[in-house]
Ligand binder design. Structure first.
Ligand code: ZN
Length: 320
């Protein structure tokens, strides 16, 4: 008998990673292709399905793919579509799950946005295994989030629920890619940290090697490395970022009463530099009913989290 597996696909603006994951969370094989190489989605699907066939051949056909889970920007879970994603070359509304049927006619596919997929991954394979209420915050170039309440991911009326990155934290604040001003992700994200570090350098006159780095060469990772060496500008940048995140989480917690908030992604890897000021601001600003009750935890998912999350989405849907 063939072993049953799910195919997880993580579609990013630059790369698409995919992998075969079994029910227990073992990652059996995977590969990736360039997303931005293909202006025509049909060419993209052709290359991806050929790569998946190669994986299957490599595993000597011992496996049967039961379902396909996809994490993608601006994905509509209800319709199986990717809608007007600014970071992808395919414009308009792409009926992704339907198009996939041409290549995998007998395998059901499910799609959701990348942060929601990460939340499901945390629930199925990670630190939220025994939790029914939690929030997943993914810190990358932007800030994504997935909300699980009463054991279920919240999709909302139109499938786009959980846009924590675009709540307002500063009236007339920084311009966001979404067209609004003062969104949380313009402050709390790798890009936000970059913008903040330049603000801190103009506001304070502490000497810092960061002053020799141009905007284009600056990265959140460099700020993190210098903060580890007690660089004052870098430490102020993290304190400011954590305070804004903690305040936003204090508001968030009041809405769904989560047991925990998980932080995932590049910035989360800065450890106590981001966790300490975030936790402090969360506890200070939260309604007394919730004070001290909400855990702030690092995600337990590995670097392949997005693929795990997408595969977990498929397993979750197949269970229904
Ligand atoms: Zn925004």
């Amino acid at each position: 008998m063939k072993k049953e597996i799910a195919l997880g696909i993580d579609i990013g603006g630059t790369n698409t990673a995919f992998g075969l994951v079994d029910r227990e969370g073992n990652y059996l094989a995977g590969a990736s292709i360039a997303t931005d190489k293909h202006a025509d989605i049909n060419d993209y699907l052709k290359e991806m399905s050929a790569e998946i066939e190669k994986l299957n051949a490599f595993l000597k056909g011992q496996f049967e793919i039961l379902g396909i889970g996809i994490g993608a920007p601006n994905a509509n879970y209800y319709k199986g579509t990717i809608e007007n994603a600014v970071n992808l070359r395919w414009k308009g509304v792409i009926p992704f799950c339907n198009m996939l049927k041409a290549y995998f006619p007998d395998i059901p596919s499910f799609i959701t946005n990348d942060a929601n997929a990460a939340a499901i991954g945390e629930m199925v394979y990670g630190g939220a295994k025994d939790m029914k209420d939690f929030v997943m915050v993914t810190l990358g170039t932007g800030l994504g989030s997935g909300f699980v309440a009463n054991g279920k991911l919240i999709y909302g009326h139109d499938s786009f629920a959980g846009e924590l990155g675009h709540i307002n934290v500063e009236p007339h604040g920084r311009q966001c890619n979404c067209g609004l001003q003062g969104c949380l992700e313009t402050y709390v994200s790798a890009t936000g940290v970059k913008r903040t570090v330049f603000e801190m350098m103009s506001r304070y006159n502490d000497p810092s090697p960061l002053r020799d780095i141009s905007f284009n060469e600056m990265s959140a990772k460099k700020v993190s490395e210098l903060a580890e060496q007690n660089d004052k500008i870098a430490l102020k940048t993290f304190a400011f970022t954590g305070e804004l995140l903690g305040k936003a989480l204090a508001n968030t917690v009041a809405i769904t009463s989560p047991e925990a908030v998980f932080l995932f992604g590049g910035l989360a890897k800065s450890g106590r530099l981001i966790f300490d000021p975030t936790k402090e601001a969360l506890d200070k600003n939260v309604l007394s009913t919730f004070a001290g009750k909400v855990k702030l935890l690092p995600s337990q998912l590995s670097d392949n989290a997005a693929v795990y999350g997408a595969a977990a989405l498929a397993w979750n849907e197949l269970k229904k």
